[in-house]
Design a protein. Sequence first.
Length: 108
Amino acid sequence: MLVDVQVEMRMLAEETKAVAGRVFFLEVHRRKQTGQTSLRWRLVPGGWRHVKWEDKALQLALSQLALVWRDWYAEKNAMALKLNREERELRAAARDDFSTRMTKARHG
């Protein structure tokens, strides 16, 4: 269910925020207009801006961490991508289901 994915997103974001001395973390971003929810990386230095995983500043900060932490963050990024994809798919399915029900109701 969509709500389950959104709960997992919040839990993953909190997990990355709990790292002591962090300079980047995942944040749940919600678009008011569409209701889309996604996980995005936020870089603390430089105005707390959203960045992609591939961003040079994020990768530089990542490269300065021990290998175990680099692997941990890579795993969290993979999980974020998976959850973002699941959220999009579930939202699209709900939208399609709603459209189908509305069409049936009109042409009933």
